[in-house]
Write a protein that binds this ligand. Structure first.
Ligand code: FE2
Ligand code: FE2
Length: 320
């Protein structure tokens, strides 16, 4: 079946896509002889506004199969800013502001939130401060306020949220402690973070985003003792090339074999380096810009944030 062509055809196609549930979406994708993720991209790239009142009638379901979201960048070079591990409300507010000002200036084609945006402290299995237990909503509000800022300052940037271990902490808490409410639409991360309202695509835990078939972006769920060790373990676990968050460390690992040169990167964090629940952690703040050429080539620029400052293109951001 041919791809919709005219504005009217797209309107009809999107209306049907928004109306139906997941199983029916799979059938639509099969009918058009494309993958489910490609169909989702048809929807997000169509330019047809989401009709919230109709979408509200559809059950919210996410495939649990562990396959990445496939992202194909436009012809030429596209830049993705990859940030993560803000751990709101433990974010480093000054550093986040500095990074946001830089990104507003840069206007990247893509902004990837690579997990652990909120801490979900209240549902941690660790000992908790009772004074914090009632603050889950206000903690989440910090994240939605950030998404809102980005939707205003980078309106043309395609945004993708990749679930992290701390968002998955919420999912596991619901599933284990409150299964009866765990499937309510209002309890899932998409709704809590208002991802649809800010036009942010959602990628479930550890599925990742595979860009141009050569570069995997995922939060990660392993941590090694030293910087770059986890990057190497990601190479051993997944092969190929990519970037992870989760370790709160910066690092890189390169490997050349008969087939080419591969690399994995650890993407640092944007949270406070001195949160009240851990003593002097071996963490580094930072984020990355990855420049993708549509033929599969990519270049990773890591931007370490040292004492609240980073340098890019000869300019220092966050002070002198
Ligand atoms: Fe984290
Ligand atoms: Fe994590």
């Amino acid at each position: 079946m041919d791809k919709p062509n005219t504005e009217e055809e797209w309107d009809i196609w999107c209306k049907e896509w928004d109306r139906v549930g997941h199983q029916e979406k799979l059938r639509i994708a099969k009918f058009y002889e494309i993958s489910y993720d490609s169909a989702r991209h048809w929807r997000s790239d169509s330019g047809v506004p989401i009709r919230k009142q109709e979408r509200g009638d559809a059950p919210v379901e996410f495939p649990r199969a562990n396959v990445p979201m496939l992202l194909k960048t436009a012809t030429g070079i596209s830049t993705a800013a990859i940030i993560g591990d803000t751990h709101n409300p433990y974010q480093d507010t000054e550093v986040v502001k500095t990074v946001e000002d830089f990104l507003e200036q840069l206007q990247p084609e893509y902004l990837i939130y690579n997990g652990d945006i909120n801490d979900f402290y209240q549902v941690s299995v660790f000992s908790k401060d009772p004074a914090r237990l009632g603050k889950l909503q206000s903690d989440i509000d910090i994240s939605t306020a950030m998404f809102k800022r980005h939707s205003m300052t980078m309106p043309n940037t395609k945004k993708i949220f990749v679930e992290g271990t701390h968002e998955n902490r919420w999912f596991k808490y619901l599933q284990d402690k409150a299964p009866a409410v765990s499937k309510l639409r209002s309890t899932n991360i998409t709704e809590l973070y208002k991802l649809d309202e800010f036009d942010i695509d959602y990628v479930p835990f550890e599925r990742g985003v595979l860009v141009n078939g050569t570069f995997l972006i995922l939060h990660g769920d392993i941590v090694s003792a030293h910087s770059s060790y986890t990057a190497r373990r990601h190479y051993e676990k997944h092969g190929g090339s990519g970037i992870c968050n989760h370790t709160h460390r910066l690092g890189s690992y390169y490997k050349r074999d008969r087939f080419g040169i591969w690399g994995w990167w650890e993407n640092g964090c944007l949270c406070s380096l001195n949160p009240d629940w851990i003593q002097n952690p071996d963490w580094q703040q930072g984020f990355s810009l990855v420049h993708f050429k549509d033929n599969g080539r990519y270049w990773v620029e890591q931007l370490p944030v040292l004492d609240g400052r980073f340098i890019y293109g000869g300019d220092i951001y966050g002070g002198n």
